[in-house]
Design a protein around this ligand. Structure first.
Ligand code: FVH
Length: 292
């Protein structure tokens, strides 16, 4: 088949993300087969030309490339096991875009290989409405040959970033980014709770919080180089300063009667780094200490 002819593709899972992925494939002209546990969700895509499959086996049989985007990895293997055990996965490429852990990805890769399928794991760095747009990208890892063969289809969703033949690496990068995001959400949650607990309006403060976080976030881009070169010295906001200030945060929240579970983790790490003599280093030092 010429490379410029959109290849057939099957989607398993038509939740918010699966709908967006299948929609992007349809828009690009791929013959698209869709399956969902709740069949009614195939309706809007079928109206646009997708072929609804009544069973997972029918869906898998329709395309060499099978893309799964279900809620959890357990549900992926649960849905595919009957097909795999009857030989239906042989010769297929399974691209799994379900959120999971690196070890889960490695286990599914091994399971897929045992059933004759090439396996590529993926971590989607986008929300559904970003799929197909310029800011969306997906980490991929696992079978590089299969990834390369199907890259033109996968590129419909966003930029394709292959991060290694270890099938767990896409999930590792995905989880690392999500860790940063949830850290930010934890801090924002605690900050808004503090303002609210004092009976103050949160909407104007939330705007200021957004601006403050946006101003602070770029500093983290420099931490990677500091870690790679092991040079953490800074003239501003060193660990000594942060260690002195952080107890004021915890005390204020406690005085206000709030739980502090979301923000307690940094203090012992700061104490440890300063005790090791790193007080004049910047915050990048904390990642070095934590990673040991
Ligand atoms: N939504 C997002 O913003 C994030 C962005 C980054 C990637 N995540 C991950 O993508 C996976 C799917 O997320 P989703 O947003 O599509 O999730 P839902 O809309 O809740 O759809 C879930 C689909 O999974 C099907 N499903 C659930 N359990 C089973 C099962 N036991 N057997 C078969 N299918 C199952 C569900 O089917 P139904 O409820 O419609 O019948 C949906 O198709 C996820 O890993 C995110 O972390 C999204």
């Amino acid at each position: 088949m010429p490379t410029n002819t959109p290849a057939p593709v099957t989607f398993l899972g038509l939740g918010n993300m699966g709908q967006a992925l299948a929609s992007a494939a349809l828009t690009a002209g791929h013959p698209t087969t869709v399956w969902n546990r709740t069949p009614a969700r195939t309706g809007p895509l079928a109206t646009r030309g997708a072929t609804p499959a009544a069973t997972v086996a029918d869906a898998v049989a329709a395309s060499e490339l099978v893309i799964a985007c279900l809620l959890t990895n357990d549900t992926v293997t649960e849905a595919l096991t009957p097909v795999a055990e009857s030989g239906g996965l042989t010769g297929k490429t399974l691209v799994n875009l379900t959120n999971g852990t690196p070890n889960q990805a490695r286990e599914i890769a091994s399971w897929a290989k045992d059933h004759g399928a090439a396996y590529v794991d993926g971590g989607i760095i986008a929300v559904p409405e970003m799929i197909g747009g310029p800011a969306a990208y997906v980490y991929y890892s696992g079978d590089e040959e299969a990834f390369t063969a199907h890259r033109p289809t996968l590129a419909r969703f966003g930029d394709t970033r292959f991060v290694g033949t270890d099938p767990g690496f896409a999930a590792l990068y995905d989880v690392a980014l999500l860790t940063g995001m949830y850290g930010l959400f934890s801090g924002a949650t605690q900050a808004l709770a503090l303002i609210r607990s004092a009976g103050l309006p949160t909407a104007p403060f939330a705007e200021e919080l957004n601006q403050w976080l946006a101003a602070m976030a770029p500093s983290t881009a420099h931490w990677g180089k500091a870690l790679d070169t092991d040079s953490h010295l800074t003239d501003v906001s060193n660990l000594n300063v942060n260690q002195a200030a952080l107890p004021n945060l915890l005390t204020t929240h406690l005085d206000q009667g709030l739980p502090v579970d979301l923000i307690t983790g940094l203090q012992p790490l700061l104490d440890r780094a300063v005790a090791e003599g790193h007080g004049h280093d910047g915050l990048s030092r904390l990642a070095e200490v934590l990673s040991r």
